[in-house]
Design a protein around this ligand. Structure first.
Ligand code: ATP
Ligand code: MG
Length: 334
């Protein structure tokens, strides 16, 4: 059976973008693959986090993983910082990656441009190697992520090729080469307030995203005030009409109805009708998830699942880490 790894940062409450681009895929894939779904808390601290809030967000994200339908009997669900192999592997990977490669990462360029190079942590530059480690430790063949992670996956593939060439024995695969898997619909959900930039849970303007825990009335308000255009015609044209096109993609991803079908169903209708139907579809999707989320947060079940998940993850991750250490000659023992 092929293996899947993916993770979400507890850097805020997940958005509908995280759901459509990542979580929704996870639920479908858990039946066909050996899956590892991680709460990547070490990634979240590349930018400042409040310790109390971070702890809440970690547990909250775990509860959401389960609430959307991930089944701990099928998938291993765990917290990154509870498996120390991630940080250890990241060091080895950093020492086999150039600064030039990391400086080319658009996420680093964006965030360091905003805050200035001296104002961002070194971790913001070196976090892609941590992500490389996340993937390779579980021998993942496939990594389901949003479109924004493509470049990090390319870095991972370059690293695996280089590491295997440099340290691998002939005919023996040291590290598994992963492939990226992007959702067909909604791989890049855009901000409701600025439809030319990606929806992000760490956006300081909460009107730009729908959080998975937003109350129905908040969802309705946010969708109603989503930026569109003045033509009033519902059509899919991301270049010229990014706002309404984004709402169409969200509608399609949430209901499973193809974009073309939605366009013809709303022909001649205004943005107002369309937005209120979309809001109801999002509310219908999120309400049962939120109920389950609240039950899980209050249960002991959640911590048991995470303890078991970390135990299972450690077994696999430590094996790969040892294989890496042996290959490069660290320590004394195999
Ligand atoms: P942050 O702003 O803290 O980076 P984020 O919303 O970008 O938060 P991540 O934890 O970085 O979320 O990403 C988790 C997963 O969700 C990744 O697979 C990422 O590609 C996907 N993802 C993030 N934003 C979107 C989006 N707008 N549309 C589709 N997928 C997304
Ligand atoms: Mg992100």
């Amino acid at each position: 059976m092929e293996t899947i790894f993916s993770g979400i940062q507890p850097s805020g409450i997940p958005t509908i973008g995280n759901y459509i681009g990542a979580m929704k895929q996870f639920v479908d894939l858990q039946n066909q693959y050996d899956c590892y779904f991680c709460i990547v808390d070490e990634h979240a601290i590349t930018v400042p986090q409040d310790p109390i809030k971070l702890r809440q967000q970690i547990r909250g994200l775990a509860a959401l993983y389960l609430a959307v339908g991930l089944d701990p009997k099928k998938a291993t669900i765990f917290i990154q910082s509870e498996v120390s192999a991630h940080a250890e592997a990241a060091w080895i990977i950093q020492c086999n990656t150039t600064i030039g490669e990391l400086e080319r990462m658009t996420q680093f360029k964006d965030k360091s441009q905003k805050n200035g190079r001296t104002g961002v942590s070194a971790g913001l530059l070196t976090y892609p190697p941590l992500m490389v480690g996340d993937i390779i430790l579980y021998n993942a063949n496939l990594v389901p992520v949003g479109d924004d992670q493509k470049q990090h996956l390319e870095l991972t593939r370059d690293f695996v090729e280089r590491f295997n060439k440099r340290y691998g024995q002939k005919n023996q695969e040291l590290l598994v080469m992963p492939e990226v898997k992007i959702a067909e619909q909604g791989g890049r959900v855009m901000s409701l307030q600025d439809p030319t930039s990606k929806m992000s849970k760490s956006d300081t303007n909460a009107k730009g995203f729908i959080s998975m825990l937003d109350e129905p009335n908040v969802i309705r308000k946010k969708i109603k005030s989503a930026v569109t255009d003045s033509t009033g015609i519902i059509e899919y044209d991301p270049e010229n009409k990014p706002g309404i096109s984004n709402l169409l993609s969200i509608f399609s991803a949430v209901t499973g109805r193809p974009v073309a079908e939605l366009v013809s169903a709303y022909e001649g209708k205004g943005y107002g009708d369309f937005k209120s139907d979309l809001a109801e579809a999002v509310v219908d999707l999120l309400e049962p998830i939120q109920i389950r989320y609240n039950e899980l947060l209050a249960s002991d079940e959640l911590d048991e699942i995470l303890d078991e998940g970390a135990d299972k993850a450690r077994l696999v991750a430590n094996k790969t880490l040892q294989r890496m250490k042996n290959a490069i000659g660290l320590g004394r023992k195999s």
